[in-house]
Design a protein around this ligand. Structure first.
Ligand SMILES: [Zn+2]
Ligand SMILES: [Zn+2]
Ligand SMILES: [Zn+2]
Ligand SMILES: [Zn+2]
Ligand SMILES: [Zn+2]
Length: 569
């Protein structure tokens, strides 16, 4: 009896110990700082990172991987070996040398990689005797390391990399903060702002990919080093690449245009992660990286590299932004809108979708799954009929004229020709044939949408089924207006659901809404081959004129704006 009791007790202890071991966070992970030149450790999630870079023993422990990996330089090791590996990919060095040497690191090397000296295969899973340069990604065998030319050309994005000698570390004695010295003229710096949580695992992989391509100081994780953006405030010719979704773009626009940003506003390129991105569609950056491709670090580095090059070659264009003022019960709330404002049924579906996503995140793993859930919620709304007499409570005034509104369950204000991740609700494509809206308003009296014309389009949705049909292209929205200023009054005490750029809100009725043009912001259009050549020549001439003093910077910007407006890029 006593022996059995002991046995049970021992078993409980073992299980408890195993549980603790599985769930504990190695202390080193909690000591991460956002200082340059230091590692940023994270759990090693990849089983192919099999050997410790310090002790060469496997990373697999008793109950789980005991390995950690640095997001910046890619080194993986045991958490108890981490303190022995001092040097990360250097963001800052104290002296400038004309030539830059390879920075060899023992990291996991892809199978197909070849030695840059002897050209035979370098990568292997259970062997980490080879090295990879953290700047140019070239690989060498241990036996070949002294035979290769030590000079590193910082391959890839050399003209966009900030050389570590220009980055000055904070100095307590001289009370200096971290800063970047004036860069040589030929350098066109880029900053990558990344949301590693967007797109599931893809975001983390993208973060590692960007760290491997540029100086780590140029990569800003929105969650831990967003304030570092200030370092780049007065930099000439700066371009910013957003790796994330529309939300991250809006956050940056807020910092550049609505807060106190000194210096020229840098234009923004987009590397779309996650689902439902509209700005990236409109500015030609695509809908998003496929998750199969995005999980593999090798192909992610290729995509990230392309995105950096495209950002530096892209043309600046303008995007209208709209100010929205909501007044409910004598309280006024202000918002800024870039994409669209929805009131009624579309907002209700977005709201339900958002609530479901927060309570059951596991349902939202894939893009197609998201669409199915979304259309299902639309179906629920048909049964609910919550917005049946919605428009009888509404009056809309557009540019001083009141609009006639038929019976609808939702209205939308559209700034850009993309809704819910790429749907062209206004029907801007030439091949779009529809007769559904002609009975109410003459379709021809409305112009096509333009993201920089200072006009906002107003459209109507009959019900959620109609919205669903519009989304798959079977039907078209009801075009109601196109104007510079709107005033909407909604009577009745019922709650009003609305969404701004996909973010749902609720307000107590009655509500009055004012929409007016706020400003224009600079976003880059990814160049296609077709308009690349001529546009590039024209832009080169404008830059040349500015450099030679033929025109000044203000004149240059006016010409660029006009160029962008006329060529619709
Ligand atoms: Zn590191
Ligand atoms: Zn070790
Ligand atoms: Zn190198
Ligand atoms: Zn070799
Ligand atoms: Zn417009």
């Amino acid at each position: 009896m006593l022996i059995e009791l002991w046995a049970i007790l021992a078993l409980l202890l073992i299980v408890g110990f195993a549980y603790l071991k599985l769930n504990s966070t190695p202390r080193i992970l909690m000591h991460n700082t956002n200082q340059p030149n230091t590692h940023r450790w994270d759990h090693a999630s990849d089983y192919s990172l099999a050997l410790c870079a310090y002790c060469n023993k496997p990373l697999e422990g008793w109950f789980r991987l005991e390995g950690i990996q640095c997001k910046v330089c890619g080194i993986s090791c045991h958490h108890f070996c981490a303190r022995k590996i001092k040097v990360c990919k250097l963001a800052s060095v104290s002296t400038y040398k004309d030539s830059w040497s390879h920075d060899w690191k023992k990291v996991f090397i892809a199978k197909e990689k070849k030695c840059s000296y002897c050209s035979s295969l370098c990568g292997s899973v259970y062997d980490n005797s080879s090295f990879q340069c953290s700047w140019c990604a070239k690989c060498v065998h241990q036996k070949c390391i002294d035979l290769v030319v030590p000079d590193c050309d910082m391959d890839g994005c050399k003209n966009h990399i900030i050389h570590p000698a220009y980055v000055k570390m904070p100095n307590k004695k001289e009370k200096n903060h971290l800063r970047i010295e004036k860069l040589p003229k030929e350098i066109q710096p880029i900053v990558i702002i990344i949301n590693p949580k967007s797109g599931g695992q893809i975001g983390e992989t993208a973060l590692k990919a960007f760290y491997s391509l540029v100086n780590p100081i140029q990569v800003i994780d929105v969650f831990c080093d967003y304030s570092r953006l200030k370092l780049f405030e007065n930099m000439n010719d700066l371009r910013i690449l957003i790796a994330g979704g529309d939300g991250t773009v809006s956050k940056l626009l807020g910092t550049l245009y609505d807060e106190d940003w000194k210096g020229e506003k840098p234009p923004i390129g987009i590397f779309p992660l996650g689902t439902g991105n509209d700005l990236s569609v409109v500015f030609n950056w695509g809908k998003g990286i496929k998750s199969r491709k995005g999980k593999n670090i090798g192909s992610m580095i290729e995509c990230a590299h392309d995105a950096i090059k495209s950002t530096c070659k892209a043309y600046p264009s303008n995007l209208d932004r709209w100010a929205i003022r909501f007044t409910s019960k004598n309280k006024t709330k202000s918002f800024i809108m870039c994409n669209y404002l929805g009131i009624g049924v579309d907002a209700k579906i977005a709201d339900d979708f958002d609530k479901l996503r927060k309570s059951k995140p596991y349902l939202f793993q894939s893009r197609r799954g998201n669409r199915i859930i979304y259309s299902h919620l639309g179906g629920m709304e048909i049964i609910n009929k919550a917005f049946k007499n919605f428009t009888s409570r509404i009056t809309v005034n557009c540019d001083g004229k009141s609009l006639e509104i038929p019976s609808l369950e939702g209205i939308l204000f559209l700034n850009i020709p993309s809704y819910a991740g790429g749907v062209d609700l206004w029907g801007n494509r030439d091949d779009f044939i529809s007769d559904s809206s002609e009975s109410f308003a003459d379709k021809k009296s409305f112009a096509l949408q333009d993201k920089q014309d200072g006009l906002l389009e107003m459209a109507g949705i009959y019900n959620s089924l109609h919205l669903g049909e519009c989304q798959v292209g079977f039907s078209q929205v009801l075009k109601l207006g196109q104007g510079r200023k709107y005033k909407i009054e909604i009577s009745g005490k019922e709650d009003i659901v609305f969404q701004i750029d996909g973010e749902p809100y609720t307000a107590k009725g009655p509500v009055s809404i004012e929409i007016f043009h706020k400003d224009q912001v600079k976003i880059l259009v990814k160049a296609t081959e077709r308009h690349h050549y001529v546009a590039k020549k024209a832009l080169d001439v404008i830059s040349w004129a500015c450099d030679r003093g033929v025109i000044d910077a203000t004149q240059k910007n006016i010409i660029l704006d006009e160029f962008s407006r006329r060529s619709k890029i």
